[in-house]
Design a protein around this ligand. Structure first.
Ligand code: CP3
Length: 346
């Protein structure tokens, strides 16, 4: 069989089929650690790059060309649906995303606009179509944020340590919270479905800040909305990856919400995480992204440890346990891709 993207290692692993070697890609693999990206970034802001499908496609391909990962992830951001909903924000150097009109009250929720995905986010789907034309062997991953994580930015107005404002809305005005989550989830479902229609071959749901919730709160306030997205994506037949950070105590609930593959952060040994998730699902992870700042010797040890814990069981996708950081030495990224392939050869 020729090596087309449909029978690639990555999609096979998502389906828990046997592979010739463990597939590897990295969350946030396109970005500021790469000189190719920084060069473009001198001319354009992140949002300008994302808005131009040719540029978004080019940035998506940069890490694939440089490091030969087994999957490409569309260059976009989990916050893109905010502006079409009427919530304005910008990325401020050193401060992260800053929302100008955060959602705090019932009136703010009522004012959120329904989104015509093609009209306002059509550039994302155009980037996917361009990429599918250019990528012959490497599958393309689409993504969105999980409702809790996206909502927490929209309510807090930016990054937060304690999610005080978002969780206070949950506890003190649950009807406002649920009305908000309903609206947001509809937007996210439509956005992810449009990515799949345009050609995304797998999708990942990023629940980066779900670690702020305990099990009962996750179950009551976040899980039903994540589940709506995961169910809709699953029904299309494309593999779905469900990733949370700091979520090791709620892994059984995340599994229940959905996902063919559960993304593990770097805090839990991979075999322990997989035991909790259950071997009827795949797992993705989970190298500590900070180890990429270390020596090849330490990296070799850590890569081998993760692969040993995965034990060549079908369904492991190698990744970092949270996104690659700015300033990550490029040669270590390349080395890890090569190590994973070499050490996991069947
Ligand atoms: O993985 C990839 O390479 C695809 C592109 C991608 C970006 N953001 C591009 C980006 C993906 C998958 C994301 C997801 C995303 N965005 C998440 C979930 C993943 C995670 O790390 O938990 C989150 C929480 C966001 C929100 C967001 N966007 C933050 C917190 C920031 C950093 C802001 C800053 O100034 O440091 C962004 C900006 C962003 N998104 C950058 C990139 C490459 C860097 C901005 C730049 O180039 O100036």
């Amino acid at each position: 069989m020729t090596n087309t993207s449909e029978n690639s290692r990555f999609l096979k692993a998502c389906r828990r089929e046997e592979v010739d070697a463990t597939p590897v890609w990295f969350m946030r693999q396109a970005g500021r650690y790469m000189p190719e990206y920084r060069k473009l970034r001198e001319k354009y802001t992140l949002l300008e790059m994302v808005a131009q499908p040719e540029l978004a496609a080019e940035v998506t391909l940069q890490p694939i060309k440089a490091f030969k990962m087994d999957a490409a992830i569309l260059f976009a951001d989990i916050l893109l649906p905010l502006k079409p909903m009427g919530v304005d924000f910008e990325f401020v150097k050193g401060k992260g995303p800053q929302v100008h009109n955060p959602v705090r009250t019932a009136a703010d929720v009522a004012a959120l606009k329904p989104v015509d995905t093609e009209a306002s986010l059509g550039h994302v789907m155009e980037a996917i179509r361009i990429l599918r034309g250019e990528l012959t062997e490497t599958p393309l991953i689409g993504f969105c944020g999980a409702p809790f994580t996206v909502a927490s930015y929209m309510i807090e107005g930016g990054p937060s340590k304690d999610y005080r404002i978002a969780k206070s809305m949950m506890y003190n005005a649950p009807e406002v919270w649920h009305a908000f989550m309903e609206k947001l989830t509809t937007v996210l479902v439509n956005y992810l479905m449009a990515q799949i229609d345009a050609g995304a071959q797998a999708v990942q749901i990023f629940d980066s800040w779900v670690g702020a919730l305990n099990g009962p709160d996750y179950e009551a306030f976040a899980m039903p909305y994540s589940k709506r997205i995961l169910d809709a994506a699953h029904a299309t037949g494309v593999p779905v990856i469900h990733f949370g950070v700091g979520a090791n105590t709620i892994l059984p609930l995340m599994k229940k919400a959905g996902g063919d593959v559960i993304g593990l952060d770097w805090r839990i040994p991979l075999d322990k995480g997989w035991d909790i998730v259950g071997h009827d699902r795949g797992v993705q992870g989970n190298l500590d992204p900070v180890t990429l700042f270390s020596t090849p010797e330490l990296l070799e040890k850590r890569v081998k440890d993760i692969l040993r814990r995965a034990d060549n069981r079908p369904g492991h996708i190698f990744n970092v346990g949270h996104g690659i950081l700015q300033h990550t030495p490029n040669e270590n990224v390349k080395a890890v891709v090569e190590m994973v392939h070499e050490f996991s050869k069947r």
